[in-house]
Design a binder for this molecule. Structure first.
Ligand code: IPE
Ligand code: IPE
Ligand code: MG
Length: 244
């Protein structure tokens, strides 16, 4: 459900997803290494998370590392993991100060043990916070998430005797990494690319898509509001017919 923001005069989507893309191109334009773009991109992500909270967005999900991103150079992957470690160091404190619940979506495979421990600590320490739910899709792939959910469900079918006919969309959703979070209302992808790249395949079923022509490190609060303005002009029908 959208929430009306009176000072902006806009309906605010409950759940916004962002594919933050264009860090590498931003750095290359400046004749800098790609990891320089990721460092700036991380700062912008933190700022946008605060802006989203202030505007009244309830769920923000960001795509920061895909299951396919392991195929990048070792230098780039190492740089991204270093950035993640730094981020995780301060995140619990900030999240609790802002009453923010942090959830990490994605596979736990391939991540180093110290990162996995920090992620569990972060999720545990913030799970009862009632403000913004901030979901970080890390080592995430939409198909991988669905396969992991199917495995868990099949296990429950066998172990707990769940009737196959009782499996509904609502029930299946709970087996996904996003659990009880609502579906995406507005999906933003920066940098001009117009594809999902395996992001939240199930949860984007009825999302509105917006593709601002800006590289992620140049994204800011006014760009976010512009995306929400375009969202406000959309006519969401969910397969029905609009009442005249
Ligand atoms: C997005 O920026 C961040 C990650 C995928 C980690 P990119 O690194 O994909 O930047 P471009 O698309 O190469 O410019
Ligand atoms: C998608 O961006 C993944 C993230 C933003 C984390 P990519 O830059 O990896 O996607 P493709 O390769 O352009 O599809
Ligand atoms: Mg990219």
């Amino acid at each position: 459900m959208d929430i009306y923001n009176e000072s902006l005069g806009l309906n605010i989507p409950c759940h916004v997803g962002i594919i933050l893309d264009g860090n590498g191109r931003w750095a290359q334009k400046k004749h800098m290494p790609r990891n320089y773009g990721h460092i700036k991109g991380c700062k912008v992500m933190e700022k946008i998370r605060d802006d989203a909270d202030e505007i009244g967005i309830k769920y923000l999900t960001v795509y920061v590392f895909s299951t396919e991103n392991w195929s990048r150079s070792q230098v780039e992957v190492d740089g991204l993991m270093r950035l993640l470690r730094n981020y995780l160091k301060t995140c619990i404190k900030r999240a609790n100060k802002d009453n923010m619940k942090v959830v990490v979506l994605g596979s736990r495979d391939r991540l180093d043990d110290d990162i996995l421990t920090k992620i569990s600590e972060l999720e545990e320490a913030t799970k009862n916070n009632t403000g913004l739910t901030f979901q970080i899709a890390l080592n995430y792939g939409g198909r991988d998430e669905i396969i992991r959910a199917v495995r868990k469900l099949v296990k429950d079918v066998v172990d707990k005797g769940i009737e196959p006919d009782s499996i509904s969309e609502k029930m299946f959703s709970k087996y996904l990494d996003t659990g009880d979070a609502p579906d995406i209302d507005l999906l933003i992808r920066t940098s001009g690319e117009k594809r999902l790249s395996n992001f939240l395949l199930w949860q984007n079923a009825y999302a509105e898509f917006d593709f601002p022509e800006v590289l992620w490190p140049d994204f800011n609060k006014s760009r976010l509001i512009e995306s929400i303005e375009r969202y406000n002009k959309r006519d969401r029908r969910f397969g029905g017919v609009k009442e005249e």
